[in-house]
Design a protein. Structure first.
Length: 209
């Protein structure tokens, strides 16, 4: 059964306050999202399996611990998820990167996949799906659907800010997926924006409107 993890680490909360702030410019916003992505990846990977290896220190032989060779993949939901990807890769440089692109159908308001490029050995990999925002939950649910129908079985979802409504819908749709959140916000407003939130993450990352 998947769990919801809300981070209270002081460094994450400190950086998140600047990410939220309206006057934070594109360059600083991008750097902060990258840094928080890295800090969150430290916690998200806490339960990775280790194995014993024999090594020589300058003093003697010993049995040390290394990752058990489990293959990892990071999958940003385009386009805002790209802002968190490099931070994760700094800690797990051997991870492969997949991409899933979704757009919202203007009539049904449901997410529709327009792009998916993923590592070939999907069944063997642990996936971390990244997107700065979990608002209605639609994009996250659809991205995870996309991974599962291609054979992924071990999936985590990681975001900066989530609305309670999105968390509940994601848990309901994918009860086996662990959800990692830097901050659980108050609610969604009538336009589907998270309150207090941080605005549009994609626009703030890439300097668009």
């Amino acid at each position: 059964m998947g769990k919801v993890h809300v981070f209270d680490h002081p460094l994450i909360q400190h950086k998140l306050s600047y990410i939220r702030e309206e006057k934070t410019g594109t360059k600083e916003f991008r750097e902060l999202v990258d840094e928080v992505g890295m800090l969150m990846a430290y916690e998200v990977t806490r339960d990775l399996e280790l194995q014993d290896v024999e090594i020589d220190t300058p003093v003697t032989k010993m049995t040390a611990k290394r990752l058990a060779g489990k293959k990892m993949a990071v999958v940003p939901i385009l386009r805002a998820g790209l802002g968190m990807t490099d931070g994760v890769l700094k800690l797990i440089p051997a991870a492969r990167v997949g991409h899933i692109g979704l757009y919202r159908d203007p009539e049904t308001l449901q997410p529709v996949e327009y792009f998916a490029k993923l590592p070939q050995d999907i069944e063997e990999r642990d996936f971390i799906v990244v997107d700065p925002m979990l608002a209605t939950g639609g994009s996250a649910i659809e991205a995870i659907n996309s991974l599962k129908k291609r054979g992924a079985t071990k999936i985590r979802f990681m975001c900066l800010i989530a609305a309670p409504e999105g968390v509940e819908l994601l848990k309901e749709a994918h009860p086996d997926v662990d959800i990692y959140i830097a901050a659980l916000d108050e609610k969604l407003n009538d336009h589907g924006y998270i309150v207090p939130g941080l605005g549009d993450a994609g626009d703030r990352l890439f300097g668009t409107k």
